[in-house]
Design a binder for this molecule. Structure first.
Ligand code: NOJ
Length: 484
């Protein structure tokens, strides 16, 4: 079996914001195709595409109305076929998103009133939507349907065998088109606790997410679904990665294994603050949990749902240091489009342009990490009227500007991905100064000076996330890899 995914670098493409091939201000598959050479040069092993399926785009495409077609704004199935063929030709694997917890309310099943495929009740309980407000909406006959997200995203009833068969068929549809795997949206959500018990707690339930078990998440029944999916995946040699927000690495590890999924996103790493103890703790607990199930862990610092890590940490220097740490860890790493350009969260988008459905209900918005990528200021790949406006100063951060600058973040990522191929073996911690983490992998030594004093370096420095200080010292907020 080809275990490419065990230490792959997977690049997340948010199709709407990645590259615009037809100049209408929305990214698309032709745009993505035109940038496959760029991704190949960057050195990624695979791309994961957020949804590009037919959708009203009420939740950026995580509200699917036809799981077997491409939304015309993103192109066509032919564009997809051409894109995947070219990606494979370059040795880049392709993972697509699958959204099984809910459909769009524009899905033919919901429109046709096929209630047994959704969760309808005479009375709502006290469950809240992740996007704020009640998780129930009433329809004309007085009954209510459950939506853990937006009201336009009704939850499917996975106790119905028709739903189960439909998704096995959707998997086969994309596998037949050549995809190498799936990222499973809300992988912890499809099964709800019997009887839909109330939670009876004050406050916002979303705050409990990942801290406590909720009756609508991480129920044992979800694992049965993955055991049904695994033989299908195996028959195509494909993989699946779970987006599961659960309360511990141990609970997360339950999604992984030879009869379930291959990987799960390790959000604990993404949520860790920029300090040595937090990094150390999350690395240790993630590795330990993964070891139990014999699968490598994954690492991620940014995605389309969270503030970009430059902004979370407060500086590009810290973001680059954390990236170099992440890329040195055993397992696979997920990158989010634009992080290789050092993009920050765009915080000052005008409210009226924000599209995140959560914004209207909670005031929190994920639009700032979804601003289209700056390719060039005036070239043929420059955006014309992008669906979200790019900050003026991004003109100096375009891929074109960074291309020939050896100190650019783009070239830093390229170099790190190239060198990463030489890293292997288990991680062994070494003693380190306060505020510093050091470990060995194979013959390499990896050091991150999070917030310590200047750290003298012994040996040949292969790469550092920022220039070294005088006398070859590693300044705070800097990481380096040393040659064997
Ligand atoms: C997780 C996705 O990453 C997010 O963007 C989406 O809003 C929810 N799932 C609902 O599908």
């Amino acid at each position: 079996m080809d275990d490419w995914w065990r230490n792959a670098v997977v690049y997340q493409v948010y199709p709407r914001s990645f590259a615009d091939g037809n100049g209408d201000g929305t990214g698309d598959l032709i745009g993505l195709r035109s940038k496959l050479g760029y991704l190949h040069r960057l050195g990624v092993d695979a791309i994961w595409l957020s949804p590009f399926f037919t959708s009203p785009l009420n939740d950026g495409g995580y509200d699917v109305s036809d799981y077997r077609d491409v939304d015309p704004r993103f192109g066509s199935l032919t564009d997809f076929d051409m894109m995947i063929k070219e990606a494979h030709g370059l040795g880049i694997r392709v993972i697509v998103d699958i959204v099984p917890n809910h459909t769009s309310s524009e899905h033919p099943w919901f429109k046709a009133g096929l209630r047994d495929r959704y969760i309808f009740r005479d009375q709502p309980n006290d469950w809240q939507s992740i996007f704020g407000g009640p998780a129930w909406t009433q329809v004309e006959d007085g009954s209510w349907y459950l939506h853990l997200f937006d009201p336009t995203q009704p939850d499917l009833d996975w106790t119905n065998p028709v739903v189960r068969e439909e998704f096995r068929d959707i998997l086969r549809f994309w596998l037949d088109r050549g995809v190498d795997g799936f990222r499973i949206d809300v992988a912890h959500g499809m099964i709800k606790e019997d009887g839909l018990p109330s939670i009876n707690r004050e406050g916002r339930q979303v705050e409990l997410l990942g801290r406590e078990r909720l009756p609508y998440f991480d129920q044992d029944g979800v694992h049965e679904i993955y055991r049904e999916w695994r033989p299908i995946l195996d028959s195509y040699g494909a993989i699946a990665v779970a987006e599961a927000w659960v309360e511990s690495p141990q609970r997360l590890a339950r999604y992984i294994g030879p009869d379930e999924l291959h990987q799960a996103f390790n959000f604990d790493f993404m949520m860790a603050s920029f300090d040595a103890a937090s990094f150390r703790e999350v690395i240790d607990s993630s590795l330990a949990a993964a070891e139990v199930v014999g699968a490598p862990t994954t690492w991620v610092l940014s995605n389309h749902d969270k503030f970009r890590h430059v902004t979370r940490y407060g500086s590009l220097a810290k973001a680059r240091a954390a990236t170099l740490l992440m890329l040195a860890l055993p397992g696979s790493a997920y990158l989010y489009n634009g992080e290789e350009l050092g993009l920050e969260e765009v915080l000052d988008l005008p409210d009226e342009l924000r599209e995140d459905p959560a914004f209207r209900r909670t005031g929190e918005s994920r639009d700032g990490c979804r601003v289209p990528l700056p390719w060039s200021a005036n070239g043929p790949d420059a955006w014309v009227n992008p669906w979200l406006p790019q900050p003026a100063h991004w003109a100096s951060m375009t891929a074109q500007v960074q291309e020939d600058d050896p100190s650019s973040t783009l070239n830093f990522y390229r170099e790190a991905l190239k060198l990463r191929k030489g890293l292997g073996g288990d991680l062994h911690w070494l003693d380190a100064e306060p505020g510093v983490l050091r470990f060995r992998r194979g013959g390499h030594e990896v050091i991150i000076n999070v917030d310590g004093g200047l750290v003298p370096l012994d040996g040949e420095v292969l790469i550092s996330s920022a220039p070294l200080g005088t006398d070859r010292t590693l300044p705070p907020a800097t990481a380096a890899w040393l040659a064997p």
